[in-house]
Write a protein of this length. Structure first.
Ligand code: BES
Ligand code: MG
Ligand code: ZN
Length: 495
């Protein structure tokens, strides 16, 4: 991770941080600091609103210390997400000051168990501390080296350390996904994405197999290959396997990540403005690779196979064209009405593969699939299409732990009619309306009644600016939710 986190009692750190509720100061605030807080509150300088930070100096035990008060909002409304937001702001303030170490008072609340509280503190700070600056020749090393969580009572130290470890694994996995998305398409080609996955798997402890173009052809992935064939950079099919649950060998979760390392739109070409961020069209792939990393590193008791059909959507004499009729690994035929609706064509072969060849019993596909999801839900919420309410409820429970947001869209049969073709089995667009739903349902045609979640992350995988612990560029969504979904049906901790 980008800094070290540990528990401690020391006030040697450069700055001391006191998280504070709107109603009252924490119990462990000294009488002097309580007086400072009351004074600030009455002057309306610092009201402890969520994320509000206030910096001042104070003589503590004979030494002048920098102190940050950070607001947690109302005590009754505390959540892990609010802790992440508050601590992200602390981190930013600390960075502004150029400090090397921060010591934060542990937060105690009857709203949340202790482990979740500590995890959220670490996540908020570590995720906010990320910056993709490797291509800036004048970049400077971050100064921040250490974070202390203070005043953890003796009996809880072990719990805190466990929470820190889990948070670190989650942060590393999220930052890994951010890095993959932020790397430009001239660096992350399909071949390079395969190499990265292999290296990540080797380190984290999952198996990675990579199929080249000939092998993809032999598997019969006709739909995927149609999209890939317009590019000089050959496609790769990446398979990542983690078997951590011997007792339930036949329960296998299939994760499928959209892996367009670049999407120009093909002959249905995108305008330049829409094209500049299309290196992020492998955000789904990055998310499933990141999730596999966290799952394998923390050795979760689960069996997961993640697959990525990696390719570029380009223009050339060999590229597929609007009007083409193509086939697929499942044998269904598709009328291509728009070459920019390419993601679903790669995903259907990947979904079919993970069910047929890897024997997945449940499937989640994760894809930057439609601009329409941004219109419907904005950039805060991932759109979901599903055939299984129970599975969706599991996702919602996992999302409460991660703080990432999801919302289900309707999947009525009327929408399915919109993707039926007159001259082939399906067409790859359903018209102007309900674009996110028809895109999801297109993939749903290939899931063979397996419990399935389709996560459209076109709005959430990429951020145009920094916000709380989200940093500009790739966000790493929804790595942490996928992890919690896989983790023992979400029993987070024992209070
Ligand atoms: N990769 C895009 C979707 C996208 C848009 C991702 C904006 C991130 C931000 C996808 O391949 C695409 O082009 N979808 C089309 C579908 C349409 C042709 C039915 C779209 O959304 O315009
Ligand atoms: Mg497209
Ligand atoms: Zn795309």
């Amino acid at each position: 991770m980008n800094f070290l986190v540990r528990t401690g009692q020391s006030i040697e750190a450069d700055v001391l941080v006191y998280p504070i509720f709107m109603e009252d100061a924490l119990d462990n605030l000294s009488q002097d600091l309580k007086t400072v807080f009351e004074g600030l509150k009455s002057k309306e300088r610092f009201k402890a609103e969520l994320g509000q930070v206030y910096l001042f100096s104070e003589r503590l035990q004979g030494e002048i210390k920098d102190i940050i008060f950070v607001g947690l909002g109302k005590k009754e409304e505390l959540s892990a997400e609010k802790i992440r937001i508050a601590l992200a702001n602390v981190l930013k303030k600390g960075k502004e000051l150029g400090i090397e170490s921060i010591a934060v008072q542990a937060i105690s609340s009857d709203k949340l168990c202790f482990k979740r509280t500590v995890k959220a503190m670490v996540e908020g700070m570590a995720l906010a501390n990320y910056k993709f600056d490797k291509y800036k020749t004048d970049r400077k090393e971050g100064k921040l080296k250490e974070i202390y969580i203070l005043n953890v009572v003796e009996e809880k130290v072990e719990k805190a350390e466990k929470a820190i470890k889990e948070a670190e694994a989650l942060v590393e996995a999220t930052l890994c996904a951010r890095n993959l998305v932020n790397e430009p398409a001239n660096v992350i080609t399909p071949k390079e994405l395969g190499k990265k996955a292999k290296a990540i798997g080797k380190e984290a402890g999952f198996e990675v197999e990579i199929f080249d173009e000939k092998e993809i052809e032999a598997l019969g992935m006709k739909s995927f290959l149609e999209v890939a064939k317009g590019s000089d950079n050959a496609p790769r099919f990446i398979v990542m396997r983690y078997f951590g649950d011997e007792d339930n060998k036949n329960d296998i979760l299939g994760l499928v990540g959209k892996g367009l390392t670049y999407d120009s739109g093909g002959y249905s070409i995108k305008p330049t403005d829409g094209m500049v961020t299309m290196k992020s069209d492998m955000g789904g792939a990055a998310a499933v690779i990141g999730a596999m990393k966290a799952i394998a590193e923390t050795k979760l008791k689960a069996n997961v196979v993640a697959v990525v059909a990696a390719c570029e959507n380009m223009i050339s004499g060999k590229a597929y064209k609007p009007g083409d009729i193509i086939s697929s690994m499942a044998g269904k035929t598709i009328e291509v009405l728009n070459t920019d609706a390419e993601g679903r064509l790669t995903l259907i072969d990947a979904v079919h593969y993970v069910i047929e060849k890897e024997k997945a019993t449940k499937v989640i596909d994760v894809a930057t699939l439609t601009g329409a999801v941004l219109i419907a839900l904005g950039n805060t919420t991932t759109g979901v299409v599903t055939n299984n309410e129970e599975f969706y409820n599991d996702l919602q429970r996992a999302s409460e732990l991660s703080g990432e947001k999801f919302w289900q869209l309707p999947a009525f049969d009327e929408y399915k009619k919109l993707i039926k073709s007159d001259i082939a089995d399906l067409k790859n667009i359903g018209g102007r309306h309900a674009g996110t739903i028809t895109a999801g349902l297109f993939i749903g045609e290939f899931v063979q009644k397996k419990p399935w979640l389709h996560l459209d992350i076109a709005g959430t995988a990429w951020a145009d600016s920094d916000k709380d612990y989200i940093t500009k560029g790739g966000t790493g969504a929804p790595v942490r939710t996928l992890y919690y979904l896989v983790k023992e049906k979400n029993s987070c901790c024992n209070k």
